[in-house]
Design a protein around this ligand. Structure first.
Ligand SMILES: NC(=O)c1ccc[n+]([C@@H]2O[C@H](COP(=O)([O-])OP(=O)(O)OC[C@H]3O[C@@H](n4cnc5c(N)ncnc54)[C@H](O)[C@@H]3O)[C@@H](O)[C@H]2O)c1
Length: 252
């Protein structure tokens, strides 16, 4: 796909990896629908995209809520007239051990901790991909792309039962959709970032962050630009579908 004048929805684009991808698409000439929860963050990403000379519009929507996602994609098509791509990037963490034992007392990961992450990182990806695919098929676009952000954690990660399960599910859905949607000209792809320098990482304890960096063969964090490059690759490479691109400095 040539990104010039295509319309791409990026969820969680108010900051971090999502903003990096939105800007990178804008630099390639794509028009961007910027989705997030914070209006201030959305406004900043929109103006940075517009500065690249493309059309950008912000949408405040919670990807975990079905009615909001349905409305979002109807609004995007009404505003831009078409839809070529989606990046499922919005995500959260609610880390904790399945079972923690301290001084003989047991605490458990709560069902709420579990559900919050599943709602955004798994159900949100399902809902956005479903609505994006439905619109692309209705519009009879020649080509469409759905990229979803998984994680290195998809293979299991200490303290991340909820997050690992959701990110493994993202890869399973990506493979499934490649099989189901290619007949409509829609390709899919997932990206499994390692440790990338964003607010999510900045929120970690310094010792935990240092341990993470020390374990990376390249001995440094990735930058949002590295993930944006992978997303652009999936959009532009017409023989890519259903697979995961790992961008982790060799960590796995
Ligand atoms: N940063 C990393 O090292 C790393 C590594 C692997 C995977 N990832 C994944 O990459 C994605 C982006 O991570 P990031 O580091 O940029 O995180 P971030 O917290 O900086 O940004 C995430 C954005 O998603 C938005 N968001 C959260 N819940 C939402 C919802 N329900 N509806 C709409 N928007 C919502 C937030 O408001 C925020 O702007 C996530 O899916 C994350 O799991 C990040």
């Amino acid at each position: 796909m040539d990104l010039k004048d295509k319309v791409v929805v990026v969820t969680g684009a108010g900051r971090g990896l999502g903003r990096g991808m939105a800007l990178s698409f804008a630099r390639k000439g794509a028009h961007v629908a910027v989705v997030d929860l914070s209006e201030d963050d959305i406004a900043q990403t929109v103006s940075q995209c517009e500065a690249e000379g493309v059309k950008a519009k912000g949408y405040k929507a919670n990807v975990a809520r079905e009615e909001e996602v349905e409305q979002l994609f109807s609004d995007v098509v009404a505003d831009f007239g078409t839809l070529s791509g989606l990046v499922n990037n919005a995500g959260i963490t609610r880390d904790g051990l399945l079972i923690k034992v301290k001084d003989g007392a047991i605490t458990k990961m709560t069902a709420q901790q579990w559900q919050a992450v599943i709602d955004v990182n798994l159900t949100g990806v399902f809902l956005c991909a479903r609505e994006a695919a439905a619109k692309m098929i209705e519009l009879q676009v020649d080509e469409g792309v759905i990229v979803s952000i998984s994680s290195l954690a998809r293979q299991g990660s200490f303290g991340q039962t909820n997050y690992s399960a959701a990110k493994a599910g993202v890869v399973a859905m990506t493979e499934t959709w490649a099989r189901e949607l290619s007949r409509y000209g829609i390709r899919t792809g997932a990206i499994a970032p390692g440790t990338i320098n964003t607010d999510m990482i900045a929120a970690m304890k310094p010792e935990a962050r240092d341990r993470l960096v020390g374990a990376v063969p390249l001995k440094r964090l990735g930058e949002p630009e590295h993930i944006a490059q992978a997303a652009t690759f999936i959009f532009e490479n017409d023989y890519f579908t259903g697979r995961v691109v790992e961008v982790d400095g060799g960590l796995r």
